[in-house]
Write a new protein. Sequence first.
Length: 78
Amino acid sequence: MKRILIAPVRFYQRFISPAFPPSCRFEPTCSNYMIEAIEKHGFKGVLMGLARILRCHPWSKTGKDPVPDHFSLKRNHK
């Protein structure tokens, strides 16, 4: 199941992302965050990744935002 959820993200990383300049304001990147979240939390990781993408805009704070050990849709302030 996790491989199926991760496949579209890998497709994006390999074929779509290289066509655009880097723009993610967080570390890890939003796509890597999505993969880590899916690996840790399964389908809930997709929701976490989507929430992260919505937080990634020019007016947001930048910095490290690791995937939390417990499911949360809020930014991890570590």
